[in-house]
Design a protein around this ligand. Structure first.
Ligand code: ZN
Length: 244
């Protein structure tokens, strides 16, 4: 073999090698994508109320609420459909202590739809407190569901206002997209995450609350109540690695 033929042979082998590697890579990419697509297609991640007022420094802060945000960002990679909920109250909201003079913070008052906790003013429309925490990755979210913007109804669940009848629209979106499994993260475990999870289960979605991506505000026996509800409605509570 002369030098020229020898180099031609080397070059064609290199080219063949590149081609084969590309083919293999393309094939493995494709199978990976197909697998993820099938799995992601029926799952949704709902990130509940990761807003400044629910984080340290906010008016209704969950202790260490900001420390779970990196976990919330990490788990987003498992989902194609990511939705955010955002507590969004007018300044004259009927649940605020500022609009209930003489009532103690965190006491209960009667509303036409049942008992309502008196909260410090929080997540007021258009304020810094209502904004998502700056470390939350919101780029992949497909939709933001705002709740609690009616003066006379509070809203904990991402699905219904507290009258349990007024829809936020979230259920319709998930049903239309043929979602089967709903994963929930965010703040606070014992209120908005709790009620969102219960409604999700009642609506027929297989429901998961991600342990490392939520924390409670912990008022009286609210955490105990939450875990009792999870048991009652067969809501899975655990690490993402147990479910995906
Ligand atoms: Zn609120």
């Amino acid at each position: 073999m002369n030098r020229r033929k020898f180099f031609q042979l080397i070059l064609s082998n290199i080219a063949a090698g590149i081609f084969i590697n590309r083919e293999l890579l393309a094939h493995s990419d494709k199978s990976k994508k197909t697998q993820n697509f099938d799995h992601n297609n029926k799952d949704a991640l709902i990130i509940v109320d990761v807003q400044n007022d629910f984080c340290p420094g906010g008016s209704l802060a969950v202790k260490d609420g900001d420390k779970i945000i990196s976990n919330i960002n990490d788990i987003q990679k498992y989902f194609d459909l990511i939705m955010l909920t955002q507590d969004w109250h007018p300044i004259d909201h009927s649940s605020f202590s500022s609009n209930n003079p003489g009532k103690e913070l965190f006491s209960l008052k009667d509303m036409p739809y049942g008992k309502q906790v008196i909260w410090p003013p929080h997540c007021v429309i258009g304020t810094y407190g209502a904004e998502f925490h700056e470390t939350l990755n919101t780029d992949s979210a497909k939709m933001i569901i705002r709740k609690g913007f009616r003066k006379n109804i509070d809203s904990y669940s991402g699905f219904f206002e507290n009258d349990r009848e007024t829809h936020t629209g979230l259920a319709g979106v998930l049903k239309n997209l043929n979602i089967k499994r709903v994963f929930i993260a965010g703040l606070a475990l014992d209120f908005c995450v709790h009620y969102t999870a219960v409604d999700s289960a009642k609506l027929g979605f297989e429901t998961f609350v991600i342990k490392e991506a939520t924390l409670p505000v912990d008022l009286e026996n609210s955490v105990e109540k939450t875990f009792n509800s999870f048991k009652k409605y067969k809501i899975n509570y655990g690490s993402i690695s147990e479910f995906i």
